[in-house]
Design a protein around this ligand. Structure first.
Ligand code: ZN
Length: 202
């Protein structure tokens, strides 16, 4: 499956000068919502990801996604795996699980994001799941930004990866473009201004 082509065909691989949620700058931005606006494409991607997970033999009771970014991917993946779908959300910057969602002691939870960059949000949500008694059995994403090692890829874990090394990370592709600290950004040096994706119609 050519995930990069799917993102490009959906105009979801943006080129410009972007300020990422981490504060870093990048020439590219992946707008997964644009890919997932077509439910057929969402299903296609989730089915491929579910196939990889099933083939690994991993047992999953529930998929948990951090809102908002992971919501659609998480729901589509849970549908493909035929398991429960829940989400975590930020309230005053603090990740929480609300909406009456319950987690049984020892429940096997797979965290799901649209894209894993360093895995920070996924691990914040995972912490809450664990506090409620769940067991984090793995992490899944449509695509990997190349900082964490996923199954079936040669990319090595970088120091800023926040995913634990003792559980598997499944993704369909690696998108390994550069990120820059604002004071070291070549695009800023060229005089352009970084924009927050979503702020100007993108
Ligand atoms: Zn910049």
């Amino acid at each position: 499956m050519d995930v990069k082509k799917i993102y490009m065909d959906a105009d979801a691989l943006l080129e410009g000068h972007f300020k990422l949620s981490s504060g870093n700058h990048s020439q590219f931005y992946l707008q997964s919502a644009k890919v997932l606006e077509d439910p057929k494409t969402a299903k296609l991607l989730a089915d491929a990801l579910a196939k990889q997970i099933k083939e690994s033999g991993l047992e999953v009771d529930t998929v948990c996604a951090p809102a908002l970014g992971g919501l659609i991917a998480g729901f589509a993946l849970a549908t493909a795996l035929d398991v429960r779908s829940i989400f975590a959300e930020r309230v005053d910057a603090e990740m929480t699980i609300r909406r009456g969602f319950e987690i049984k002691k020892g429940e096997k939870v797979l965290m799901c994001e649209d894209i894993i960059t360093t895995g920070g949000s996924a691990m914040e949500a995972a912490k809450v799941v664990k506090e409620l008694g769940g067991e984090i059995v793995g992490v899944a994403a449509l695509a990997n930004r190349g900082f964490c090692k996923r199954e079936h890829s040669d990319i090595e874990t970088k120091p800023n990866c926040k995913l634990p090394q003792d559980i598997p990370f499944f993704a369909l592709a690696d998108f390994t473009f550069e990120m820059y600290a604002p004071d070291a950004c070549p695009l800023c040096k060229d005089g352009s201004e970084a924009i927050k994706p979503g702020s100007r119609g993108n």
